[in-house]
Design a protein around this ligand. Structure first.
Ligand code: HEC
Ligand code: CU
Length: 341
């Protein structure tokens, strides 16, 4: 029997669809793998483990999909209606029924075993020498404290490479979620409850993080950055951050310091001064951060001035109110804050 022209065109069409789909998936994969918010290019041990599991399940599912679709197409062609051909009449087939029950059971077991193993490894205790960090979600920014190192910072988490970090997750108000796609997460930050996660970054660089649980008006603006350093660079960062704030130098900065330690002191801490507020980010070393307002703006004098002039105008819903500062006060504050390296 020679295949009919219809069967041939059907086969060619299906092959074309498979090829085009594979090509589109490849393009999408390639594009996202270089995206900073990708989970497809993991750079920590635990992210590697999760990605390995995804790859395994995707390949297994791909084999099942190709097998099922091929058989469906083949049977549609082989057993199509033909004149003078009566299909064989049967009442089930026990051997087949047992077989197609056992195959899915085997597949589920093949997926379950490595899944449990990865879950147990990644959610188990962090290694003993892990760096301890407390990350607290606030509407709409992240606080990072390093117990024992005298360091408190905001929105920019610094870590040493190749050392595990044990992050304790808390929230000051509503539920947030800690997510650095290339390194770790997501794990919720829940008020009144401590969650935790750990991972070991194995490459230096800057990685983007994002609150991943809707938490109000500026949820989308609640971002953070993770800087992974060589160990000696991390130690230098800790030493500079643990120091008190630089005393103001020059008239402009001195005037700014006066405003900061009165008007801003109820909400912000500037270590080494009488500003000990806990509502907003620690400003002791604000000038050493690359961004302002949880990753929204590059940290420079212009953006700092715009922020001080009208925080809710810059960041919808901002808990820092518009303090109606005049241009002179803003200039003095910027001069002071940009010296707090
Ligand atoms: C009512 C409390 C409150 C007062 C008063 C207040 N702030 Fe804020 N401030 C906040 C909060 C909350 C944030 C975090 C906003 C966000 O990112 O959503 C913030 C953020 C900031 C930031 C950005 C910090 C960062 O890490 O990106 C700067 C700079 C700042 N405030 C300076 C000041 C100065 C200077 C004053 C006084 C003139 C002041 N603030 C007064 C609550 C306050
Ligand atoms: Cu949030």
């Amino acid at each position: 029997m020679r295949p009919s022209p219809r069967a041939i065109s059907l086969t060619v069409l299906s092959l074309a669809i498979v090829l085009i789909t594979t090509w589109l998936i490849w393009i999408a994969w390639d594009a996202t793998a270089s995206d900073p918010m990708t989970t497809l290019a993991p750079l920590s041990d635990n992210a590697d483990a999760v990605q390995g599991l995804y790859n395994f399940v995707t390949i297994l599912a791909g084999i099942v999909m190709v097998g099922v679709l091929t058989l469906t197409l083949a049977f549609a062609v082989i057993f199509r209606e033909r004149a003078g051909h009566e299909p064989q009449q049967i009442h089930g087939n026990s051997r087949l029924e047992v077989l197609w029950t056992l195959i899915p059971v085997a597949i589920v077991i093949a997926i379950a075993l490595p899944s449990f193993s990865v879950i147990i490894d990644t959610t188990g205790d962090a290694p003993d020498d892990a760096l301890e960090v407390v990350a607290t979600g606030n509407q709409w920014w992240f606080e990072f404290e390093y117990p024992g190192l005298d360091v408190t910072t905001a929105n920019e988490l610094h870590l040493p490479v190749d050392r595990a970090v044990n992050v304790e997750l808390r929230s000051e108000d509503v539920i947030h979620s800690f997510w650095v796609p290339q390194l770790s997460g997501k794990v919720d930050m829940v008020p009144g409850h401590e969650n935790r996660l750990w991972f070991t970054p194995h490459e230096t660089g800057m990685f983007l993080g994002q609150c991943a649980e809707f938490c109000g008006t500026s949820h989308a603006n609640m971002r953070f950055r993770v800087f992974v350093h060589a160990p000696e660079d991390f130690d230098a960062w800790v030493a500079s951050q643990a120091a008190d704030a630089e005393p103001a130098q020059g008239d402009l900065a001195l005037a700014g310091e006066k405003i900061a330690t009165t008007l801003c002191a109820a909400c912000h801490t500037i270590r080494g001064t009488n500003a000990v507020g806990q509502i907003g980010p620690d400003l002791t070393h604000i000038a050493s951060r690359t961004t302002l307002a949880s990753g929204m703006f590059e940290n420079n004098s212009e953006n700092m001035a715009a922020w001080l002039a009208n925080p809710p105008g810059e960041k919808p819903g901002s808990i820092m109110p518009n303090l109606n500062l005049n241009a002179e006060q803003i200039e003095q504050l910027v001069a002071y804050l940009q010296d707090l390296k």
